[in-house]
Design a protein around this ligand. Structure first.
Ligand code: ATP
Length: 359
């Protein structure tokens, strides 16, 4: 997809902004607190229905305003003109696509594929497993039509089983939920496993570009139970007594994780903060490349404050690789002086106290 227009109303410091990016590299400059990340946040919201900076109640809606609104126009992979609106009134999200109400945010997020690399992205490697499950599930959501119903089925069964566990039931009362959880959980895990197997060679190649000194990388999938030894149904049965005592389900895909392994390092704890960031960037770019292999086009790539995240050679390397793919890129920086002549933006913007203008 290619974003052609984004109107933003009442998002953090952004009061009323119209942003019309070009197809290639778009650079948005501005001082600290000017509104650069807020702009990236608006694009990310369209693609994920959530911010990477906490929940709506953490200040996403501009102070003193009852709601925030986004309106986007883009060209899809068939060069059709599309449009969508997103509004949060404090109570919840409402979305419209091509003039009609969308039943849920899911429909909007399915249309707008965005990958974001921002100062918190190192959490993908160094943070909790939830970040890494979300990463996996984003890709499956976009490329695997069976994913969403299976994921929903699993989430519903897990919620029901956990609610039942808290009521101290007779153990046999768990049987139907265990069957449901096992069936949906095995299917979900096959998809996650399959995706990581497809992603691995792409990631190995990408990580070799950014971190050749650490040796070839591999991806290890941790499915959430000892899958190589037992089926999920058996793992749930074995854990039943413990689950009844704790009141929650200890095994299953809701505990899944994955990690990047380097030959030259004993584990991810040995990565420096910079190496963690580069590994996260390699994962995000590999995900975008794998998406392009499946869908025939790159997602929109948002890079927030790359200059403060990576050293200059790595910034240039990343930008060169992304731009060679023909992707549309939104890059923010505190000043324009950091880009080499070969990577000049197609369109430049400057934001000051929430007011954006093309320069
Ligand atoms: N709910 C809100 N209402 C009004 N202003 C807000 C709200 N939340 C945050 N802000 C302001 O919005 C600005 C945040 O902007 P943003 O994080 O986009 O800046 P930035 O240009 O990325 O800055 P930096 O370079 O420091 O990361 C800050 O000035 C902050 O005080």
């Amino acid at each position: 997809m290619q974003l052609t227009r984004l109107d933003i109303a009442h998002l953090r410091i952004l009061e009323q902004v119209r942003f019309c990016p070009a197809p290639g590299l778009n650079l948005v400059t501005g001082g600290n607190g000017a509104g650069k990340t807020s702009l990236i946040e608006a694009v990310h919201l369209l693609g994920y229905g959530r911010s990477f900076r906490g929940r709506v109640r953490d200040g996403l809606i501009r102070s003193g305003q009852p709601h925030l609104e986004l309106y986007a126009e883009w060209q899809d992979v068939c060069a059709r003109a599309r449009r969508a609106g997103l509004r949060h009134t404090g109570g919840g999200w409402e979305a419209r696509i091509d003039g009609a109400p969308a039943p849920s945010l899911t429909e909007l997020c399915a249309e707008i594929a965005v990958v974001t690399f921002e100062p918190g992205s190192h959490e993908l490697i160094g943070g909790g497993a939830e970040n890494r499950r979300r990463f996996l599930d984003w890709a499956l959501f976009h490329v695997e039509p069976e994913f969403l119903p299976v994921w929903r089925r699993y989430a519903r069964a897990l919620k029901q089983r956990n609610a039942l566990l808290k009521r101290q039931p007779a153990p046999s009362a768990l049987d139907p939920w265990d069957r449901e959880l096992a069936e949906a959980g095995e299917a979900l895990t096959r998809m996650r496993d399959g995706y990581l197997r497809r992603l691995e060679p792409v990631l190995v190649a990408t990580a070799a570009e950014f971190l050749p000194e650490l040796g070839a990388a591999g991806l290890r999938f941790l499915p959430g139970w000892r899958r190589e030894e037992q089926r999920l149904a058996d793992a749930l049965l074995l854990a039943r007594e413990r689950d009844l005592a704790s009141g929650h389900t200890a095994v299953g895909p809701h505990r899944a994780d994955w990690q990047v392994d380097y030959l030259a390092l004993p584990g991810r704890e040995a990565l420096s903060r910079g190496q963690e960031k580069l590994t996260a960037l390699a994962c995000v770019l590999a995900q975008a490349r794998a998406f392009a292999d499946d869908r025939g086009e790159w997602p929109l790539v948002c890079l927030d404050d790359l200059a403060s995240e990576l050293d200059r050679p790595h910034q240039e390397q990343a930008l060169t690789a992304i731009l060679a793919s023909g992707a549309q890129v939104l890059l923010t920086a505190t000043d324009a002086g950091t880009l080499p002549p070969a990577l000049q933006p197609e369109r430049r913007f400057h934001v000051e106290r929430g007011v954006l203008r093309e320069v």
